[in-house]
Design a protein around this ligand. Structure first.
Ligand code: MG
Length: 309
């Protein structure tokens, strides 16, 4: 059976915009449950400025402890620039991601740099990380639509992917930051990018804002992509889409992929434990489209030994 690779992003992407800040102990508990559910790759944290994102202020301590507790786990962390890379390196990071938005305005809002400078910063950071022996990923944010500039032209996206490829990045992550993609646009995007980037160097990061994340993931699967970001319970929103449903839920991705003949090695029952824990600690309801049904199945299975003779 063919496998797909899921990078679980809940500890980073999921937690960074929450009003409730989880303690390092609770983040470790969340990661422990993710590992128990079979997740082999987890985006742990972000080495951004603690003043800008206080939820990630414990990045170095958290990463060190994750490596001690879960030596087999493939950890990945986000770094905004060379300064963040330096901190990540000191904390023992093995893989880093940079984020490059595809439009000028989005980069200015995010990092106060235009597209040209943002591209150079991302390239420099990737080159430096490679020189330190790290694996690298480059997120191309607002790959489909930008909340400020509208639709991202495919030639622009292709050029940015090629510029990151020129810096020898290991993986390009196409991010539908505001959750506006559709399966047809995913197909068109991958047809264009596929001319320059091999499908095994490509990953997708979808948001479920309009309920199409799983459909978009299916379109990417059909186009040959096998690497996906997902977040348990859909944890994580987009600051530009208040009330948005968040990231592609890991449980929806697993259910869709396993039901279509792909292997994930993820125990969906144990994934429900992750979601229950996160709901409790964040005091807010979570769950992808399949979660209510999954939770009911789990409840039935949990009760059955007691009700049956
Ligand atoms: Mg996200």
């Amino acid at each position: 059976m063919e496998s797909i690779r899921i990078t679980e992003v809940s500890p980073r992407d999921g937690l960074q915009n929450q009003s409730v800040s989880l303690s390092t102990e609770n983040k470790l508990a969340l990661i422990r449950l993710l590992v128990a559910a079979g997740l082999q790759r987890v985006e742990i944290t972000s080495f951004v400025s603690p003043e800008a994102v206080p939820q990630m202020a414990d990045a170095a301590d958290l990463l060190t402890r994750v490596h001690q507790l879960f030596p087999q786990l493939q950890s990945t962390v986000l770094v905004p620039n060379l300064r963040g890379l330096e901190r990540a390196c000191l904390a023992g990071a093995r893989e880093i991601s940079v984020v490059l938005a595809a439009t000028d305005t989005m980069n200015r809002k995010n990092i106060k740099q235009g597209l040209v400078d943002a591209t150079r910063i991302s390239q420099d950071t990737v080159r430096a990380a490679k020189a330190m022996g790290m694996r690298t990923r480059a997120y191309l944010a607002v790959a489909f639509d930008c909340p400020f500039e509208g639709a991202t032209p495919l030639p622009v996206l292709l050029a940015l992917a090629q510029q990151m490829q020129a810096a020898h990045v290991d993986e390009i992550v196409i991010a539908d930051t505001i959750g506006s993609a559709s399966p047809g646009r995913v197909r068109d995007c991958l047809r264009v990018l596929g001319q320059a980037i091999p499908m095994d160097q490509m990953a997708m990061h979808f948001h479920d804002t309009r309920g199409l994340a799983a459909a978009n993931a299916w379109a990417a699967l059909e186009a040959g992509v096998r690497r996906f970001d997902a977040s348990a319970g859909g944890l994580g929103g987009c600051p530009f889409a208040p009330g948005a449903a968040g990231n592609l839920a890991t449980e929806d991705m697993v259910l869709m992929a396993e039901g279509s003949g792909f292997q994930t090695n993820i125990d969906i029952g144990r994934l429900c434990d992750v979601i229950e824990f996160a709901q409790l600690k964040l005091n807010s309801p979570l769950g992808g489209r399949s979660y209510k049904w999954l939770a009911l199945q789990k409840l039935k299975a949990d009760l059955s030994p007691r009700v049956q003779p």
